[in-house]
Write a protein that binds this ligand. Structure first.
Ligand SMILES: O=C(O)C1=C[C@@H](OP(=O)(O)O)[C@@H](O)[C@H](O)C1
Ligand SMILES: C=C(OP(=O)(O)O)C(=O)O
Length: 427
């Protein structure tokens, strides 16, 4: 994809696609619940389609219409031994969360995925699942996928996770549905809590106290109507673009603003960004708002600690904002970015440098001296959707032309990204 400098403001209204994390969980809990679960604004990104495919292979009937899916749940013990290997594609969320569910079944299964996911660490879930009595192993003994799981009766544990990771926490809580006693997970900082909220909404028994989540086993989950809010991680690209491009004013409708996810709003405001939350709602189980964003004079900031899990997927676009903003931005405690779809820390540093940005990588983040002119160039996306979208937005404020290689990887989380960008940037 080729991007040119935008010489006029972004304007208009947009409804970004449904939240990826919530869409995955709706398929999973809908499958394990009794009765139908109707999901509107389901994200039809490749990652969530991988989750649907896995549950269909385990005998769950999932109907799909435009932006709506209906899952005919079969209850906690209704999954069947999958026909064939379960392919999680590029999706870490699919692989790690499903592993928890599969560990408590009465059948064997094998999970695999694309070359990127086969390099991502799975020991973080293998270790606690084994503590619960699971029979799970990395087939190539390298702590990565493919994984083989022989379902077993699990025991409850009190797990103290070394990481603030919603995928680890959710994997253990979902395994806890099948344990013989309660299971709890304590994290160093609170990670996104969509699993806990949706389990409660489906009438599961989950309690949270500060950084601990605890689940009671064998609930009777009941199918529900789920309205998936707009994905704040997708909204982040347009928030950044509107803040940077002079004269811009856009309204992003019905975006999820769960506090465990919305660190991007806090950070943008601390950089001087004008973002207003209007029509805040909490009528379902996840809070939402419309976001009014206006171009702003941006300055650098410091990001680290407990803030990181609340904006983990937004760090690439925050690095772009920081390159444009005046002054220094320091991003620290973000070493998790090295084990996402790509090494997002190294790649951001390298490709921003190629755009002429004064940025230096550190062990757990980067230091950016922003505010200097940026130049368009050829950007390698490394097939990472967040890298491709972050540099597409950077291209709007670069002199000359920016080329994003393999930009179709954006379909992982945001099919229609360029169409929506074109709509907001109509002159
Ligand atoms: O639980 C989830 O839906 C996710 C959790 C995060 O991963 P970690 O839990 O590995 O930080 C995030 O990066 C990913 O995009 C989605
Ligand atoms: C890290 C991501 O997703 P996952 O871990 O599910 O592949 C992401 O969407 O940025």
């Amino acid at each position: 994809m080729k991007i040119s400098k935008l010489t006029h403001p972004l304007r208009g209204e947009l409804k970004v696609p449904g939240d990826k994390s919530i869409s995955h969980r709706a398929v999973m809990l809908g499958s394990l619940a009794q009765g139908d679960t109707e999901v509107s604004d389901f994200l039809e990104g490749a990652d969530c389609l991988s989750t649907i495919d896995c549950f269909r292979k385990m005998g769950i009937d999932i109907e799909k219409t435009d932006h709506k899916i209906i899952i005919h749940g079969k209850g906690l013990h209704g999954l069947k031994k999958p026909y064939g290997i379960l392919d999680c594609g590029n999706s870490g969320t699919t692989m790690r969360l499903i592993s928890g569910i599969l560990s408590g079944q009465s059948f064997e299964s094998t999970l695999t995925g694309d070359p990127s996911i086969k390099k991502r660490p799975m020991n973080r879930i293998i270790r606690p699942l084994k503590m619960m009595g699971a029979d799970i192993k990395s087939i190539n003994s390298n702590d990565c996928a493919p994984l083989s799981i022989v379902g077993k009766q699990l025991n409850g544990i009190e797990y103290h996770s070394p990481l603030a990771s919603a995928q680890v926490k959710s994997c253990i809580l979902l395994a806890g549905l099948y344990a013989d006693s309660p299971t709890s997970v304590t994290e160093p900082y609170v990670s996104r809590n969509h699993t806990e909220l949706m389990l409660s909404y489906f009438e599961g028994d989950v309690k949270t106290l500060e950084t601990t989540a605890m689940i009671q086993p064998e609930p009777h989950l009941k199918g529900q109507k789920v309205d998936v809010p707009g994905d704040i991680s997708s909204a982040a690209y347009f928030i950044a673009a509107a803040l940077m491009i002079p004269g811009s004013k856009i309204l992003l409708k019905n975006v999820g603003i769960n506090p465990t996810r919305s660190g991007i709003i806090t950070v943008c405001k601390s950089m001087g960004g004008k973002i207003e939350l209007i029509s805040q709602r909490n009528d379902g189980y996840e809070p939402t708002a419309d976001l009014l964003i206006q171009s702003s004079d941006l300055h650098g900031c410091v990001i680290g600690g407990g803030m990181i899990p609340t904006l983990i997927d937004e760090i690439p676009i925050i690095a772009v904002l920081a390159s444009f903003a005046s002054g220094i931005t320091m991003i620290k405690d973000a070493q998790e970015l090295k084990v996402k779809e790509s090494n997002r820390l190294d790649i951001m540093v390298k490709e921003l440098q190629a755009m002429g940005v004064n940025v230096e990588g550190t062990d757990d983040g980067m230091i950016i001296q922003g505010g200097n002119p940026m130049n368009g160039t050829e950007i390698e996306s490394y097939l990472d959707h967040r890298i491709a979208m972050a540099f597409s937005i950077a291209g709007l404020v670069c002199e000359g032309e920016t080329t994003i290689k393999h930009s179709n990887c954006i379909d992982i989380s945001y099919p229609g990204f360029y169409k929506d960008l074109a709509e907001l940037s109509q002159d």
